[in-house]
Write a protein that binds this ligand. Structure first.
Ligand code: CP
Ligand code: NVA
Length: 303
C-alpha cells in the first residue's frame, strides 16, 4: 500500500477539460488498437451493485478482462455490505484484495465514503445524482459521428435526473450549449444549475420542449422513472408532453443525433420510430460504455 491518493473517477466535475480529453483519447487509442502502453495485466476490479444493471455490469466485466485483468462481482444480498458491514470497512478490506472498485449505489455520499476509505481507485458506476461513465461514452459517441461537440446545441428532454446532471457537468467541460426541457417539478437540482453557472457553462432550463429542440444538434432523453424513484404515475403524467417522437425530432437539425443511455421504456420517453430511426445512435452509445470505461480503468488503475 502507498500513501499516494488513488486516481478516483467519481464525477465529471472533478476533472479539468484536459484530463477528460486525455481519458477519451486513451479510450479511442485502446479501441482502435494504437495504444502502446501497458494495459492492466492481472489487475482485479471489484464491482459493487446496489441497483440492477445490464450495460455497466457486462461492459466493466468484459472491459477489465480485455485489458488483462479480472472482475469480482458483489451484490447486496450476497455480500456483507448488504448485511450491515460499513462502507468504510468494505472499502479498506477490498483495497487489500483488488486494484480498483466500481460501485453503483444510491446516495452520492456512499460513493464519496467508499472513495475516502479506499486506497485503490473508485469508479462511479451510477448514483442517484450522476452517471459519469455514461457521459464519457456519450462524448465518445458524439465525436465518432460528428466530430467535436464544442459549440454544438444539445437538448436534454424529460426528467432532470442523474444522467441529466452529468450532461450539465459535461457542458461545462466540453463547452457546448445545453438546454434542459423538463417539467418545472422535475427540473435539475438548483445546486447543479448553480455549479454550472459558477463554471460559466451555457445552460438553459425551460418547460418549452418544442422551442428547445428547434435546430438542435443532439437530442437526449432517459427513462421517466429512474431506479429507486417513487411516484411513477405522477411522473409519467407530468412527462407525457416530453415524449421524444418523430414530430419532436422533426424540429431538430436535419442531421441531429438522438441518444438514450438505455434501458429504454419504449413508447414512454421515446417511440420506437425514434429509438430505431435514422437519428438514433443508441447502440453505438451502449457499445462505447465498454471502450470509454477501458480508458477510465487504464487511467485510474494503470501504472
Ligand atoms: N446505461 C446504463 O448504465 O445501463 P445499465 O443500468 O444496464 O447498466
Ligand atoms: N436514470 C436512470 C439511468 C439508468 C442507466 C436510472 O437511474 O435508473
Amino acid at each position: 500500500m502507498t500513501n499516494a491518493k488513488p486516481k478516483h473517477f467519481l464525477s465529471i466535475r472533478d476533472f479539468d477539460t484536459a484530463t477528460l480529453r486525455e481519458i477519451l483519447d486513451l479510450a479511442k487509442a485502446i479501441k482502435n488498437g494504437t495504444y502502446k502502453g501497458e494495459l492492466l495485466p492481472d489487475q482485479h476490479l471489484a464491482m459493487i451493485f446496489e441497483k440492477p444493471s445490464t450495460r455497466t455490469r457486462v461492459s466493466f466485466q468484459v472491459g477489465i478482462e480485455q485489458l488483462g485483468g479480472k472482475a469480482v462481482l458483489m451484490d447486496q444480498a450476497g455480500s456483507q455490505l448488504g448485511h450491515g458491514e460499513s462502507i468504510a470497512d468494505t472499502a479498506r478490506v477490498l483495497s487489500r484484495f483488488v486494484n480498483g472498485i466500481m460501485i453503483r449505489t444510491s446516495g452520492e455520499e456512499k460513493l464519496l465514503e467508499m472513495a475516502e476509505y479506499a486506497s485503490v481507485p473508485v469508479i462511479n458506476g451510477l448514483t442517484d445524482d450522476s452517471h459519469p461513465c455514461q457521459l464519457m461514452a456519450d462524448m465518445l459517441t458524439y465525436e465518432e459521428h460528428r466530430g467535436s461537440i464544442e459549440g454544438k446545441r444539445v437538448v436534454w428532454v424529460g426528467d432532470g435526473n442523474n444522467v441529466a446532471n452529468s450532461w450539465i457537468h459535461c457542458a461545462a467541460r466540453f463547452n457546448f450549449a445545453l438546454t434542459l426541457a423538463t417539467p418545472r417539478e422535475l427540473a435539475p437540482s438548483q445546486e447543479v444549475v448553480d455549479w454550472a453557472g459558477s463554471q460559466n457553462a451555457d445552460i438553459t432550463v425551460t418547460e418549452d420542449v418544442q422551442a428547445a429542440v428547434a435546430g438542435a444538434d443532439l437530442v437526449v432523453t432517459d427513462t421517466w422513472v429512474s431506479m429507486g424513484q417513487d411516484g411513477a404515475e405522477r411522473r409519467k403524467a407530468l412527462l407525457a408532453p416530453y415524449q421524444v417522437n418523430e414530430d419532436l425530432m422533426a424540429l431538430a437539425a436535419s442531421d441531429a443525433l438522438f441518444m438514450h443511455c438505455l434501458p429504454a421504456h419504449r413508447g414512454e420517453e421515446a417511440t420506437d420510430a425514434v429509438l430505431d430511426g435514422p437519428h438514433s445512435v443508441i447502440f453505438d452509445e451502449a457499445e462505447n460504455r465498454l471502450h470509454a470505461q477501458k480508458g477510465i480503468m487504464v487511467w485510474c488503475m494503470g501504472k
